[in-house]
Design a protein. Sequence first.
Length: 527
Amino acid sequence: MSQLQHEIAKRRTFGIISHPDAGKTTITEKLLLLGNAIQLAGTVKGKKTGRMATSDWMQMEQDRGISITTSVMQFPYKERMVNLLDTPGHEDFSEDTYRTLTAVDSVLMVIDGAKGVEDRTIKLMDVCRLRDTPIFTFINKMDREVRDHIEVLDEIETVLNIQCAPITWPIGMGKAFQGVYNLYKDTVHIFTPGQNSVVPDDIQIQGLDSAEARQQLGDDVVDELLEEIELVRGASHEFDLDAYLRGEMTPVFFGTALANFGIREMLDYFVDWAPAPIARQTNEREVAPTEDKFSGFIFKIQANMDPKHRDRIAFMRVCSGAYTRGMKMRHTRMGKDIKIADAVTFLAGDRSNVEEAISGDIIGLHNHGTIQIGDTFTQGEELQFTGIPHFAPELFKRVRLKDPLKMKQLQKGLQQLSEEGATQLFMPLNNNDLILGAVGVLQFDVVQQRLRDEYKVECIYEPINVNTARWVECDDERMLEDFKRKGAENLAIDGGGYLTYIAPSRVNLSLTQERWPDIRFRDTREH
Ligand code: GDP
């Protein structure tokens, strides 16, 4: 194996999916602790946005001298190099959250043990399913009175349609939580509440039905657990690595992120089982991560990360080869070669240049408006990576100008902002409305503010009766024309020029689908 291949095989690039408040931020912090990325784990976030305050990061950065960022966190663990991509979850939930999932090789799903499967998790799982992404599961908050675990597994299996293979199992819960039991190694891991910044020692006992375990846990607890484990084995699936890698089965771990317990037991397996960078599909051929020549795609564009720099950063997932500073890349959509001397990671607000990044890593390119979501970069080959879609928005507002003379600026601003991918623009066929769509509510405020700052346009929002959007496709030209005529009042052109059905309600959408069975109503659109 070459050095490059060896390094690529070490990469584990993943994201966390969860419903807000399940514990994603807390787990992120503990993972960084375990990776020795931070030792002084204060509280991870400033506000309730799921984001770390930059100042915290800067402090951590200075203390540790490693690269931490809110968007990409890289840390070594055991023999591996882990890339954790942030999936914004609270008010900052947006289409970027979905698209980030197209840039990872696997996912960790965090479930609140008291709540089970919640809405946001269902939606995010749908996105993972587009690529059969392998899923690890962590069931959190065992230090609380949680729901029956078998019931929660059952819910995951039926609602999310994935087989569960518990690897660890909790011993008690709430005040009586005593640790986890490893079903495969027959080891008992004793719970000692970790403090914020401390990784507790791993106190292990070999054998659940052992004198030592009985002494530690008590005969009643052991007997009850032995019985429960029988039941669990009967009611769940045996772990199968291939089924996991196909996205059909998820290994399940239990613990409490707050007390930092059970995370290490999971991470140890994660770095072992989770896939190294996988091959990626393009319009021409599959690109293997170990190919010598560089390639990558843009999955997110973020503006104004640093108020001192007014540029935007385009996040690129490296899919093959290596980036080295100063190399020439081909921007295939533009058909142009460009020299990239200053790709960045985001060292806690203080940007630093990357010397090298390889398959599985993420780099940031300075973007002055020429780079769009989904763009492919190569070392010359004319390729276009596929599977980086737009997702149908779920929230819509009509945009109105305060000063009607600024229509041109407004249109330009909305168009450009929608090219960044966090919002989408729709222009109805039979009126002059401008409709903004997003999957997260904060995006509307962001657009309003950026229109003011960058385009000098004041806009206001009005409610509009649109519930969801679907991109319309049909092989039969005449039928499509007919549909356009008859359905014009609910049709629009999106920012990319594609025909879109904007449905006033779900019922309306399904009726329309029934009426036009030969027309495809898609909830994603490729670039
Ligand atoms: P996120 O919204 O998914 O990022 O969730 P957070 O990590 O912010 O956690 C939400 C709340 O649950 C916070 O108040 C955490 O302190 C708390 N929390 C997280 N993990 C645990 C846990 O294992 N046990 C308990 N009791 N609380 C937890």
